[in-house]
Design a protein around this ligand. Structure first.
Ligand code: NAD
Length: 499
């Protein structure tokens, strides 16, 4: 399908695609696909006000009824999976299979959130006083701002929005300025679900288009109770600081620098497939992409040789074409960052296999690259930096404790894994003295998480958790209740205060 066909299938009219200053280019060939209107500070303020007004009604709507809206959203997403998945590929350049996978993640989190809407459970707590009961309850928080990155243009919005909506919070989405069309397409899908739902308040689900200054409007406003922000650690510092200044709640999902340890007992066939998928999938532009491979000296040469062979045959090309596994980088800036990192690798004494521009003759204005393997003499600064491109740094180890120390010795703490069939090694890796990441896997790669588990990481990754487990609590406020059903008024800790 051509770009105009994909945009039309996603519900856009030609007028909507040519009504403002924000130029949107597809990384597939670098061509301009739209030029759309943006929102200013006043528009953003008006949306926040509309969200606050919606909160009044939505927080009083029974949670299972709120879940019904998310159930309808899941239905609409199922119906729109194909055209939305294609638009994701077109706008951010990931292969169609991954574009469709992102929409499937949206559907999956809707299903989970619908179930959660029938629980949102608290605790009953034993009271030290006779005739007293204690409870812990969870209540809606308020407007939830959701700031997202270009590389996952739709799924992280839904991880947040599905839970926020069942929790009773209106949502305002600030998508990446590089991928606004997928957000607007999702808003159209939401509008269908809202129409079927019937009596949702206006301003419940909104999308604001613009650059980081629009994001700053959300973080600055005391009327935005929560900001959940996905993106670079640099952005997280700015958002976290602004939110801390007003004691607002934030959920930060920032950069990763994910590693795999491959031990001598590993199933190398499985490890090889996992390495290639997680290092070159999404052209190395996942927060959970595999960036560091820590291989035992006994198997280092054979594994690296097999890897180079696999890298030599990778199908690079138009992400919407059948059989392609590696699409383009988002833009030329990303290409330059990859080139600069490989230059530094050479200066550090590393050996580079692959890298460099691909398909320049076919797509002169797009940033296709050959994924690179960089064999490093040690974990230099460039290895400790997240370069958002398919560069796999490879290092050798002989002692597992040293390998775990190397894996942990980076500023980021998102995802990690070990390939080993030795239970002593795998359990050590998962133990208190093992990986320090939010995600630690055994015999699967670091990317491609399921929505049932809490997603997020420590250190420079920001500490936020989204998606499954008890992440829903991040969108609610906790209240402790003490109820006296006796005819006396005993004080806690036995304090006497008679009047
Ligand atoms: P980015 O930080 O450049 O932008 C992300 C979003 O933040 C955009 O919408 C941008 O407009 C907004 N923004 C930037 N500065 C802001 C500010 N001061 N206040 C408010 N909003 C601001 O990131 P990117 O290049 O789009 O995405 C790539 C990065 O995102 C990588 O570092 C990647 O690891 C990370 N990421 C993390 C996760 C995760 O779940 N941990 C998921 C996807 C991407």
């Amino acid at each position: 399908m051509s770009a105009p066909e994909i945009l039309a299938a996603a519900g856009f009219t030609p007028d909507e695609l040519d009504n403002g200053p924000l130029v949107v280019r597809t990384p597939v060939d670098g061509s301009r696909i739209a030029s759309i209107a943006t929102h200013g500070a006043d528009d953003t303020r008006a949306m926040i006000d509309a969200g606050v007004a919606a909160f009044d009604t939505w927080r009083a709507t029974p949670a299972p009824r709120r879940g019904e809206l998310v159930r309808l959203l899941g239905e609409e997403l199922r119906a729109a999976k194909e055209p939305l998945g294609e638009l994701v590929s077109l706008e951010c350049g990931k292969i169609l299979q991954e574009g469709l996978g992102e929409v499937q993640e949206m559907i999956d989190i809707c299903d989970l959130a619908v179930g959660i809407s029938r629980q949102l459970f608290g605790l009953t707590i034993a009271s030290e006083r006779p005739g007293h009961a204690m409870r812990e309850t969870w209540h809606p928080m308020g407007v939830c701002g959701i700031i997202t990155a270009f590389n996952f243009p739709v799924a992280p919005w839904c991880w947040n929005a599905a839970l926020a909506l069942v929790a009773g919070d209106p949502v305002i989405w600030k998508p990446s300025e590089k991928t606004p069309l997928t957000a607007l397409a999702v808003q159209k899908i939401c509008d269908k679900a809202l129409a079927r739902f019937g009596d949702a308040p206006a301003g419940l689900i909104q999308t604001v288009i613009g650059d980081h200054t629009v994001g700053q409007e959300l973080t600055a406003s005391r009327d935005v109770a929560i900001v959940s922000a996905t993106g670079s650690t640099r952005m997280g510092h700015a958002v976290g600081t602004a939110m801390a200044a007003r004691f607002g709640r934030c959920i930060l999902e920032l950069g990763g620098n994910n590693a795999m340890i491959v031990s001598p007992s590993a199933d190398l066939e499985m490890a090889l497939r996992a390495i290639v998928f997680s290092a070159v999938g999404t052209a190395g532009q996942r927060c959970t992409s595999l960036r560091r491979l820590i291989v035992h000296a006994d198997i280092y040469d054979s594994l690296v040789e097999r890897l180079k062979k696999a890298y030599s045959g990778l199908p690079i090309g138009d992400p919407l074409a059948d059989g392609v596994l590696v699409g383009p980088l988002i833009d030329m800036q990303a290409f330059d960052a990859m080139e600069a990192a490989l230059e530094q690798v050479r200066a550090d004494g590393g050996k580079v296999f692959g890298g460099g521009a691909a398909l320049r003759n076919t797509f002169p204005d797009a940033a296709y690259v050959h994924p690179a393997i960089a064999e490093m003499p040690g974990q230099t600064d460039i290895v400790r930096t997240e370069t958002f491109a398919p560069i796999l740094y490879v290092m050798k180890y002989t002692d597992l404790d040293a390998a775990i120390a190397l894996q942990n010795d980076v500023p980021q703490g998102l995802s990690s894994c070990i390939f080993s069939t030795d239970v002593r090694e795998t359990e050590t890796f998962l133990s208190a003295v093992g990986s320090d990441c939010g995600i630690a896997n055994v015999n699967i790669g670091p990317s491609g998480a399921e929505i049932g588990g809490a997603f997020g990481g420590e250190k420079d990754t920001g500490g936020g958790r989204e998606s499954g487990s008890d992440a829903w609590r991040g969108y609610m406020r906790r209240q402790t209740n003490t109820i006296n059903y006796s005819r006396d008024l005993p004080l806690a800790q036995g304090i006497k205060f008679d009047i």
